[in-house]
Design a protein around this ligand. Structure first.
Ligand code: ADP
Length: 610
């Protein structure tokens, strides 16, 4: 809509612009015309007084001449050659002095008696000028004025005539007429300097004086027939045909006119049309230039406004985009917050589950331990039975010794009883410690653990006739962990080894070897990056080894090959999880010479740690 507006406005704008240019042209021409007319007026006001003064200067000359005795004498005695000669001489002298064209004297019939040019070939003497209007006017006692072409000289001039009175007084009878002819050719020469046509026209609008030679003896308007007849009668312009000037040569601008003299003459100046046209053109061009400037500045303003609008629009778009972005960010933040909350919830759930798992695991371990205690019960009972039987025997003997007064022997028996009960106490405290439920992490000497485990099972080994060889240097391998749990693992492994040896062939060797050693020291020397070593407990039995199909499921819970009531299949599964919790490793393999070896690896306590 906004874009279409300028093109919609273009047509009316062009019309307005055309009107403005036309107006400027009109104004320019009018202004120039008025100025030209003013100028012309001023020019005329300079020219006209000149002309007027020349006409007036000679106005009184014929009047004064009328009182000249030579003129009166010649008119009184026209036949006296001396009087005529005096007249001619006087007229010639005055003509020379007054610097006029000619002076001549006519009798009452219009016949020229004497003239200043009497001695020239085209002299006026003898010529009759009774047809001239100025002669008639003077004859009737009035001043006669006339402009016309001389019939004898063919030179145009201004004629002024006055009567000459017979007795030299203005109240007497008119004896004749004296006339002065003045040439106005001088003015034509002066006017030539003007670029514009200047004309002097008579009352019939016939041009008789002009700075344009071809305009002379042409009329400004067609002549009336009466005028044509009058001109022919007075021979004013001889027999020259007076044709009107064609309209094309006349400027369309009205001429400036000024009346001059007594004969109704008009002095006219025709201001040149070219200057008016030029002024109009200049004004029109100036208007066009101004309009062009205005159009350019309007266009520039329009462009500027459009740029501003565009900038505003892009700013708004940017703002919108920023808002959208903010919305998106808010939305995403919200989503993230929700995700975070759900993650937190899931994490809490996970922790809860982990807690549950841990407690379940703890309970499982405890259950495993209790199961193991149950399995060990027979052995332990046997172990306790022996000292108990010994105590009873020693006590019976001590009573007999006391009855016989053999106090020394009785005292020795009491000492044996004390020893045996102390041994029983040691066994019971070991069992009590093993049955402890809570985990307690501390520095553990593995050798002590190995010994404790072996101690709890030694009677069982003895009963079944299986040799138990133990190699464990005290203090050689210290680890971080729970001693009871490590013992639990070791007891489990020892029990499995014992069971395996039991199931072996009757003639096969019956032994189990437990060895404790440090591992990884050489590897450490070779590879400096290996910055810690393990404690390795290996339990090797002389049993039948682990069958291939069992090996794959060895550490799975509830996997057992033992008859029900003897094994639950939880021992190795629980042992493995205990070892993993201590960053250790439990592995099993068969030996080439027969039998299975279980290896328990636990990270050694680094010097300075704990
Ligand atoms: P359980 O002793 O109750 O069967 P375990 O997880 O301790 O459960 O042992 C799983 C199985 O691994 C045993 O049933 C047995 O088949 C096998 N096994 C364990 N120790 C040995 C071993 N030293 N030699 C041969 N087989 C073994």
């Amino acid at each position: 809509m906004k874009r279409a507006l300028p093109s919609l406005l273009l047509f009316p704008a062009l019309i307005v612009a055309a009107c403005i240019v036309a107006g400027a042209w009109l104004f320019g021409t009018r202004h120039a015309r008025a100025e030209l007319q003013d100028q012309a007026q001023r020019q005329l006001q300079l020219i006209a007084p000149d002309l007027q003064s020349v006409l007036q200067k000679f106005e009184t000359l014929p009047f004064v001449l009328g009182f000249q005795p030579d003129l009166i004498q010649a008119l009184a005695h026209p036949d006296d050659p001396q009087a005529i000669a005096r007249l001619n001489s006087t007229l010639h002298t005055i003509q020379q002095q007054a610097k006029v064209g000619a002076i001549y004297v006519m009798d009452r019939d219009g016949l020229t008696l004497g003239a200043s040019n009497w001695d020239q070939p085209l002299g006026f003497v003898g010529k009759n000028f009774s047809y001239r209007p100025y002669f008639h006017a003077a004859l009737h006692g009035q001043a006669g004025r006339f402009y016309g072409i001389g019939t004898s000289t063919s030179e145009a001039g201004y004629f002024i005539a006055q009567p000459v009175y017979r007795d030299g007084s203005a109240r007497g009878a008119v004896a004749g007429v004296v006339a002065v002819k003045i040439s106005l050719a001088e003015f034509e020469r002066t006017w030539r300097s003007s670029a514009d046509p200047i004309v002097l026209a008579d009352r019939s609008d016939v041009i008789f004086l002009s700075n344009r030679p071809d305009w002379i003896y042409r009329s400004l308007r067609p002549l009336a027939p009466a005028t044509v007849q009058e001109l022919a009668r007075t021979q004013q312009y001889l027999d020259k045909p007076i044709a009107p000037l064609p309209a094309s040569v006349l400027s369309p601008i009205a001429p400036v006119t000024q009346p001059v003299g007594e004969l109704g003459w008009q002095l006219m100046l025709f201001p040149g049309q070219e200057r008016v046209s030029r002024a109009g053109l200049q004004w029109a061009l100036a208007a066009m230039l101004l309009l062009a400037c205005a159009a350019v500045s309007l266009w520039a303003m329009h462009q500027r406004r459009r740029r501003l609008e565009e900038a505003q629009a892009s700013r708004a778009a940017l703002q919108r985009a920023a808002l959208q972005l903010e919305d998106r960010i808010a939305e995403r933040t919200d989503q993230l917050r929700q995700t975070n909350a759900s993650l937190e919830a899931r994490y809490a759930k996970l922790q809860e589950t982990e807690q549950l798992l841990r407690s379940t695991q703890n309970e499982l371990i405890q259950a495993g331990k209790l199961a193991m205690l149950g399995q060990m019960a027979a052995g332990v009972t046997h172990e306790l039975n022996q000292p108990l039987a010994a105590i009873r025997a020693f006590a019976d003997n001590a009573r007999t010794f006391l009855e016989r007064g053999m106090t020394a022997q009785a005292t020795s028996n009491l000492g044996h009883i004390a020893d045996a009960s102390a041994r029983m106490g040691a066994i019971i405290s070991q069992l009590k410690g093993f049955a402890r439920k809570d985990e307690s992490v501390a520095t553990v000497d593995l050798a002590a653990c190995v010994r404790a485990a072996c101690f709890l099972l030694q009677s069982e080994f003895r009963r079944l006739g299986v040799t138990l060889e133990v190699t464990a240097d005290e203090g050689c391998c210290k680890v971080t962990g729970d001693a009871v749990r490590i013992e639990q693992v070791l007891i489990n492994l020892l029990r499995n080894a014992l069971d395996a040896v039991e199931t072996g062939a009757p003639d096969a060797p019956r032994h189990v070897r437990v060895a404790l050693a440090r591992e990884g020291e050489h590897a450490h020397a070779l590879n400096p990056a290996h910055d810690h070593t393990n404690a390795l407990v290996s339990i090797t039995d002389s049993g039948p080894g682990i069958p291939e199909q069992v090996a794959a499921h060895l550490f799975e819970p509830f996997f057992t090959t033992k008859p029900s009531g003897k094994g639950l299949g939880l021992g190795l599964a629980i042992s493995s999880s205990i070892v993993q919790a201590m960053n250790g490793q439990l592995t099993a393999r068969n030996l080439p010479e027969g039998g299975a070896r279980f290896e328990l690896r636990l990270p050694l306590l680094i010097e300075g740690e704990l």
